[in-house]
Design a protein around this ligand. Structure first.
Ligand code: PGA
Length: 257
């Protein structure tokens, strides 16, 4: 059985001091829900403090990005081994990176390979815009993004990835995809593409999250779907009681304690 993974993407929110305060408010309650994987993804400058705070516990830390080169003259960038010093996970190809920082599918693929090379687990984001959706191109767009992300990876590497299906129209809008819609894309598009490329065993092993306006009030229904293995949570992960409630609902929805 796939272990559900609930990750909080804090985006560009929280100073290091604020991050420590937020973790302290929810740490004990998060630790109590042992059946699902819990990951916190603070901004880079808060990563070391958060990582020290949860060291030795089951709470994992993720970065929100990395650069693919090992070191050198890349002002402002963070190398894979620098991320791996503090993190177990790294979000790659978030739609905000693709949109505001011009990240391409090729860039995303290089970052995935660089992350895997240092033992990080990539959380690879894919998702369609509102206009693509309205044009009925969701499926072909997601298939293209998934195939490009996986290019050149071994089946074993693919099985260990996390894919986050995040429709752009649902991110930060309060308008989540319906559970049926999210389940259809996570299962019949993302997982099916992985089956086509890498075979059924890999498709059954890989975890596929849903992201986009996940909150305490819709988590139970979304996480009750068999092809949705957790969530990438933005806004609601900045609120301790909301995030704890989403984590608890996910465990409950999967019949775990
Ligand atoms: P949201 O963001 O939960 O605020 O919609 C999700 C994400 O961008 O990962």
């Amino acid at each position: 059985m796939r272990i559900p993974i609930l990750a909080g993407n804090w985006k560009m929110n929280k100073t290091a001091a604020e991050a420590v305060a937020l973790v302290n408010t929810m740490k004990d309650e998060l630790l109590a829900v042992k059946s699902v994987e819990r990951v916190l993804c603070p901004p880079f400058l808060a990563v070391p403090d958060v990582s020290h705070l949860v060291a030795g516990t089951e709470i994992k830390v993720g970065a929100q990005d990395l650069y693919w080169e090992k070191s050198g003259a890349f002002t402002g960038e963070v190398a894979p081994n620098m991320v791996a010093e503090f993190c177990q996970y790294v979000i790659i190809g978030h739609s905000e990176r693709r949109e505001y920082f011009s990240e391409t599918d090729a860039c995303v693929n290089k970052k995935i390979k660089a992350a895997l090379a240092v033992g990080l687990i990539p959380i690879v984001c894919v998702g369609e815009s509102l206009s693509l959706r309205q044009e009925g191109r969701t499926e072909s767009w997601i298939i293209g993004q998934v195939k490009a992300a996986l290019d050149g990876l071994t089946a074993e590497q693919v099985a260990g990835l996390v894919i986050a299906y995040e429709p752009i129209w649902a991110i930060g809008t309060g308008l989540a995809a319906t559970a049926d819609e999210a389940e259809r894309v996570c299962g019949q598009v993302v997982r099916k593409t992985i089956a086509d490329v890498c075979g059924d065993a890999v498709a059954q092993a890989i975890r596929v999250q849903y992201g986009g306006s996940v909150k305490a009030s819709n988590a139970l229904e979304l996480m009750g779907k068999p092809d949705i293995d957790g969530a990438l949570v933005g806004g609601a992960s900045l609120n301790a009681s909301e995030f704890v409630s989403i984590v608890k609902s996910s465990a409950q929805a999967k019949g775990l304690s």
